[in-house]
Design a protein around this ligand. Structure first.
Ligand code: HPA
Length: 273
């Protein structure tokens, strides 16, 4: 089965289970899954029930779609995502994003836990993603182009929609939530970085580093979605932090700022045009 056939098949299955079309898609990162409690009139669809759908194996990731409403908007929320480091092909990693576009979502909100590369950041900071570096991971657009979704050679000048960045800033201001801005760099993972790698990433212009998001943003942008992203800086990256990193710390910090994060995203969705 080609990647495009797989997408079509999963979409046919979802369409048979779904009534109505979500307008906004949200992907929740490590430790941020509790956001789904902000969704009204919830229904669930576990990934494991969807034929050929990639299922996450990472602790801190639930593995289901939550459908419902926030304010006047119909939303689909991914509680848990799949990562390249789990062994999936990049086309499978971005299948869920393409699927949500086919469901009807025109806007994608990406969230993640990330390491702070910019030395002015602190653990617990929220960073609005303004640009990204994907040069260290394979392109999710490699292989036959999905002509029905987008063009072969897509422009990447503005992956993260400037109007959405502005709206996030406005919501942050209104609710007294300090927001950083920065460039997100994606690695393959699953290992954290060495101090030398982090020094290199800083020189390249990265402010935060993580193992997801950028390829999803690229696939969504290719498919013509409006994209925005928020990183929760759960730890300072290797060599900046004075101790070894671990996944527990990542989940812990994400849980600590969860309320702020939820307020930001919920009110952002409510005010989306
Ligand atoms: N590096 C990569 N990914 C991460 C980190 C990090 O320091 N923290 C959370 N996700």
């Amino acid at each position: 089965m080609t990647a495009e056939e797989k997408l079509k098949k999963t979409h046919e299955y979802i369409a048979s289970r779904l009534d109505g079309a979500p307008e906004i898609a949200i992907i929740l990162g490590s430790g941020l899954g509790a956001f789904s409690s902000r969704v009204q009139d919830q229904t669930y669809l576990p990934y494991s029930e969807i034929p050929d759908f990639p299922v996450s194996t990472v602790s801190g990731h639930e593995g289901r779609f939550v459908f419902g409403r926030i304010g006047s908007h119909q939303v689909v929320v991914m509680q848990g995502r799949v990562h390249y480091y789990e062994g999936y092909a990049m086309e499978d990693v971005v299948l869920p994003v393409r699927l949500m576009k086919l469901m009807g979502a025109q806007t994608l909100i990406l969230t993640n836990a990330a390491g702070g590369v910019n030395s002015e950041f602190s653990p617990g900071d929220l960073m609005v993603i303004t640009d990204q570096i994907t040069s260290f991971v394979p392109s999710p657009l490699r292989g036959p182009n999905f002509d029905s979704l987008g063009t072969r050679f897509p422009d990447m000048t503005e992956v993260y929609d400037k109007k959405l960045v502005q709206l996030l800033d406005n919501i942050g201001y209104k609710y007294n939530i300090t927001l950083r801005h920065g460039t997100y760099l994606q690695t393959t993972g699953p290992n954290y970085e060495t101090p030398a790698e982090i020094r290199m990433f800083a020189k390249l212009g990265a402010d935060a580093v993580g193992m997801s998001t950028a390829v999803e943003a690229m696939a969504a942008h290719h498919a013509g979605m409006r994209v925005c992203g928020v990183s929760c800086i759960t730890n300072m990256a290797s060599g900046i932090a004075d101790r070894p990193l671990n996944h527990l710390e990542v989940k812990d910090t994400a849980n600590k700022v969860a309320r702020e994060f939820e307020t930001l995203i919920e009110n952002f969705v409510r005010e989306l045009p």
